[in-house]
Design a protein around this ligand. Structure first.
Ligand code: ADP
Length: 194
């Protein structure tokens, strides 16, 4: 099963992908995490992309497709994977489709976690109030910018997957276990595509 978790920044894609990885052993392919790891390791790629990420802009399609390609061959083309934060543009979705097609696979399901903007903003504010370390792009100002980027560049992908009959929608404002349950039902084929 190759699954895409879709939704605005901070919707909980990473949390749910992590649960699927722990509970089902499906590898979580998070391009955000891969890019942050490159920045932590101080690689050329990490240095090139850190400012872009901190500003809340999208890293170029070429770079993102290249970093996901290796893991894709290992995971998505064998046991399947959960994509979290990828694809984020139509070009990335097309690249993903053709990489999967080359090993006879496809994206089976796309699950949108729907969360209102004001809830996303208040989640960030709560995290900031709670203190501790936080991502440079995890501030209300940058989140507003990332939301704009999401609606402009990423949300159009919903139509791309809806037309293929692969899209299902989940209320991402429900508590984490309920969201996980709704996702499990979709995976089991219990919920119809939208
Ligand atoms: P979130 O889902 O909260 O936005 P991510 O960890 O998925 O967080 O992404 C953080 C940042 O990493 C993005 O704002 C962007 O700069 C970069 N990034 C991650 N995935 C992609 C992608 N598929 N295409 C372009 N940029 C990406």
């Amino acid at each position: 099963m190759n699954l895409v978790l879709f939704g605005p920044p901070g919707a909980g894609k990473g949390t749910q992908a992590g649960l699927l990885q722990t509970q089902r052993g499906w590898p979580q392919l998070s391009t955000g995490e891969m890019l942050r790891a490159a920045a932590r390791d101080g690689t050329d790629l990490g240095r090139k992309t850190k400012d872009i990420i901190d500003r809340g802009e999208l890293v170029s399609d070429d770079i993102v497709v290249a970093i996901v390609a290796d893991r894709l061959c290992q995971d998505a083309c064998t046991k399947g994977a959960v994509f979290d934060g990828f694809p984020r543009t139509i070009a990335q979705a097309r690249a993903l489709d053709s990489m999967l097609a080359s090993c006879g696979k496809q994206i089976d399901r796309v699950i949108e976690l729907k969360v209102n903007d004001d809830v996303l903003i208040s989640r960030v504010e709560q995290r900031l109030r709670a203190g501790g370390t936080h991502r440079a792009d995890d501030t209300p100002e940058t989140l507003r910018h990332r939301l704009g980027v999401y609606y402009r560049n990423t949300a159009p992908l919903l139509d791309y997957y809806r037309e293929q009959g692969k899209l299902a929608v989940v209320d991402g404002m429900a508590p984490v276990p309920e969201v996980a349950k709704a996702i499990a039902q979709i995976i089991a084929g219990a919920a119809p595509a939208h």
